[in-house]
Design a binder for this molecule. Structure first.
Ligand code: C2E
Ligand code: MG
Ligand code: MG
Length: 283
């Protein structure tokens, strides 16, 4: 055994690790500062009802307007926020901001639309989260029936008993529950029976190659059918082409979301979409 080379790689290894943890520490400190300085912004992507062609809601998507690096996408900071539990604070801010914005749209644009908020497993695992949601809804005088919480399949697998309890309470408040990225995880179909689910959001990877892969098309078809039979709504994410939209319309998929209608936009821009919807020119 060449001790020298072992020692070198060991040193290399520890150096790597400490660099990584240093980077994490710096990043989580700056995330905290970003919250204090109000550097997060929300973007909104329209959710379209297939039958009427109208916007019935939006998904809120957070970005970090970084003073040096510009607008950062969530994949750059949400994973770390998740690990450090800062996601709880960010999630609170997102909910509050989204409710405020939705009320502003209502006042300025008319008909109320629903807001979907991404929720991480850590948030759902905390009972204060329920209290916070209640507080915000009251404070913003926002109708719970217009709030949709998006959870991923992993939440359902993490801690089944606690999450069922929390989800049932949310449901009792009138809040809607959506399963995000459905169809790529490992949820047993039995979960759909056990949990109080209102809507399945099909993963983009399934709808993506629906037009070129017969297998994907069958899977999408089956998920739409499954949702129908269970009496829950189904939404197709990541719709980019007319061909995809036509197929989903034929299948009677309830809702769609994707670049074909709009990418996520600012609150101001979304208001102009809502106003367009009223004149029926939005598609
Ligand atoms: P997600 O919930 O799956 O959100 C959908 C993502 O797909 C968004 O990316 C959106 O911009 C993108 N997208 C929408 N339509 C299309 C399309 O037609 N084609 C393609 N290629 N992409 C499309 P974004 O905004 O970068 O968000 C990434 C993820 O970050 C979200 O995935 C969500 O998991 C997470 N995230 C965003 N905001 C929050 C938040 O407030 N809290 C938490 N916990 N997670 C968030
Ligand atoms: Mg993105
Ligand atoms: Mg989502």
């Amino acid at each position: 055994v060449n001790k020298g080379s072992w020692k070198n790689s060991y040193q290399f290894y520890t150096k790597e690790v400490s660099e990584i943890s240093l980077r994490r520490t710096l990043l989580s400190a700056s995330l905290r500062r970003a919250l204090e300085k109000n550097e997060f912004v929300l973007y909104y992507q329209p959710i379209i009802d297939v039958k009427s062609g109208q916007i019935t809601g939006v998904e809120t998507l957070v970005r970090w307007d970084h003073p040096e690096f510009g607008l950062l996408q969530p994949d750059k900071f949400i994973p770390l926020a998740d690990e450090t539990s800062l996601i709880v604070e960010i999630g609170k801010w997102v909910l509050q901001e989204a409710c405020k914005q939705a009320r502003y749209w209502q006042d300025a644009g008319g008909e109320p639309i629903s807001i979907a908020v991404n929720t991480s497993a850590i948030e759902l695992g905390q009972s204060p989260y329920l209290n916070y949601i209640t507080e915000v809804l009251k404070k913003e005088r926002f109708d719970p029936a217009l709030l949709e919480l998006e959870i991923t399949e992993s939440v359902l697998m993490r801690d089944a008993d606690t999450s069922i309890k929390v989800l049932r309470e949310l449901k009792q408040m009138g809040i809607k529950i959506a399963i995000d990225n459905f169809g790529i995880g490992f949820t047993s179909l039995n979960c759909l029976k056990k949990y109080p689910i209102d809507i399945l959001k099909m993963d983009r990877s399934l709808t993506n190659d629906m037009t070129t892969s017969a297998d994907s098309l069958s899977i999408v078809n089956a998920i739409v059918g499954l949702a129908k039979n269970l009496g829950i709504l189904v939404l197709a994410k990541g719709i980019e082409t007319q061909e995809q939209l036509d197929l989903l319309t034929k299948m009677n998929c309830n809702k769609v979301q994707g670049f074909i209608f709009s990418e996520p936009v600012t609150g101001e821009k979304l208001l102009s979409f809502i106003k367009l919807r009223k004149t029926g020119t939005f598609t």
